[in-house]
Design a protein around this ligand. Sequence first.
Ligand code: 3PG
Ligand code: MG
Length: 392
Amino acid sequence: MAWKTLDDMDLDGKRVLTRVDINVPVDSGVVTDATRIERVAPTVQDILSRGGIPVLLAHFGRPKGQVVPEMSLQMLVPALKAAFGTEVLFTTLDGAEAAIAACPAGAVVLLENTRFEPGEEKNDPDLAARFAALGDIYCNDAFSAAHRAHSSTEALARLLPACAGRLMQAELEALEAALGTPKRPVLAVVGGAKVSTKLDLLGNLVAKVDMLVIGGGMANTFLAAQGVAVGKSLCEHDLAETAREILVKAEAAGCEILLPVDVVVAREFREHAPSEVVPVAQCPEDAMILDAGPESVAAVKAALDRAQTLIWNGPLGAFEIAPFDAATNAAAAHAAKLTARGDLVSVAGGGDTVSALNKAGAAEDFTYISTAGGAFLEWMEGKALPGVAALG
Ligand code: 3PG
Ligand code: MG
């Protein structure tokens, strides 16, 4: 590993500035999904058990350097207490020095939203120095914010002895196992609405994986680029040339591409809209493709059977509305079964992906589910993440 972990640090009596990502969904001030908070608990507890004082730095939302009361981290204190099983003392940056000095043993200090500071998103070295003055050690446990070069994720790492937290470590190890030095063949599943948001991703993957399943709305763009009529389907016709280039690159790299061979079509985009299965070449002019059909699912399952490693980002159909979640559910269930049996290493990430896998009841059996959205994508694109690079 190119970075240090908590194991390499002496934490006793040390103030450990710990960057976490607790940018969780909240409804009227109440946390509706505490996953990200629960996933940093091992780091906080490890620091406490070794005599350190965890001082948490985190952002919430995009307040753009302004104090936005609805984005105050104070509202997360009850959820943090519950997840950590400790006292959590909330403080503004101005009050932080006094709060940390007064922190009783076993308690955690939480600083106000780092993005209330105008310098945070500018990676301002002066703000980083203000943070650094509050701690002895820097621990970054926010993999899901590591694609941002901000004061609390990047500049600060260069000012103190720095290490990765337990969650950051687990994320990096899982991703390394999936794309760095994977067991082959490697199968990637990339779905979601648009090709335009995942061009770099597809371009990088075809050079690294052995098989690539393209699903969701973006598959329509590839089908149309090959002359298939897609009716009223979501499709980026202007990206036809780009899609063909990706297919050529895949062929040159020996990456097998799996596109739908049959599709589920409907006339309306709504739950339980009347639908039918047609061969991919026979999408009616007035219909739209909302899911992959059973033959396509069988082909994905067969590819999963051949694969040793799976990396998954994006649903295969309009998974939010039944019955157009069928292909995603079936593929996810099959991957979960193979993983549980020890026949597959499966890694998934991205906001929609995790909700799709949770909905399919498959997430529990996956080898690793990343907490990251944008950072997972950038990592899959082969980009260096500033927050990780700064630890090295
Ligand atoms: C996320 O929720 O993906 C991370 O917390 C990063 O948030 P951002 O996209 O606002 O930088
Ligand atoms: Mg995001």
